[in-house]
Design a protein around this ligand. Structure first.
Ligand SMILES: Cc1cc2nc3c(=O)[nH]c(=O)nc-3n(C[C@H](O)[C@H](O)[C@H](O)COP(=O)(O)O)c2cc1C
Length: 172
């Protein structure tokens, strides 16, 4: 069955993976959903990633399964001004028919501007951005209430969106 929702994520140290997997498990209780990892072809050391994260619009080669759904929850970390695996994903995929929800995990600073900038960039490439959610690493690691609430908010947004467009197939 064609999936209507895809959770797509990039995670270097596993924090964003936790977020993506939690969203996936919430959604899978109610609907058919897929989860897809964006994997850089080369796993550079931290200092190379840090250097690249200062360069605007630079991507790196990635492996990623095709995205078949028309609603995508895209999860990635806050990296200085640029997360190259995500930038490449955005450059290489046709998102023109898709609506996106952006979910960003961050350490502790600069997340609002980063979220705003990626939103603007993604808006140019997709049908619509339905929301941007920012989640602090410490809240994720400590499984804080805020984290739980945010996941529920994201799940609700997905459900509302799919209901507007004629419901969703249940999990098989
Ligand atoms: C290259 C690099 C740059 C980063 N820049 C920032 C930053 O500017 N602000 C911030 O709050 N966190 C920054 N972080 C921390 C990550 O956003 C944070 O640890 C995130 O939750 C990691 O997610 P991951 O485990 O899925 O890779 C940076 C991490 C890396 C590796």
């Amino acid at each position: 069955m064609k999936k209507k929702v895809n959770v797509v994520f990039y995670s270097r140290t596993g924090i964003t993976r936790r977020v993506a997997e939690k969203i996936f498990s919430w959604l899978s209780k109610k609907m058919e959903v897929g989860i897809t990892e964006i994997k850089p072809k080369v796993n550079y050391p931290y200092f190379v990633w840090l250097f690249l994260s200062f360069l605007p619009k630079v991507g790196v080669k990635v492996d990623c399964e095709p995205i078949d759904g028309n609603l995508v929850v895209l999860c990635f970390p806050k990296w200085t001004i640029n997360c190259p695996p995500i930038t490449r994903f955005l450059q290489r995929n046709d998102l023109s028919e898709k609506k996106l929800i952006i979910v960003i995990s961050y350490g502790g600073f600069g997340e609002k501007q980063y979220g705003y900038n990626y939103r603007k960039e993604i808006e140019k490439k997709c049908k619509e951005v339905k929301g941007v959610f920012l989640i602090k690493r410490s809240n994720i690691l400590k499984e804080k209430e805020e984290f739980e609430h945010l996941i529920q908010e994201i799940a609700k947004l997905v459900e509302n969106e799919l209901e507007k467009t004629g419901g969703y197939p249940p999990p098989s």
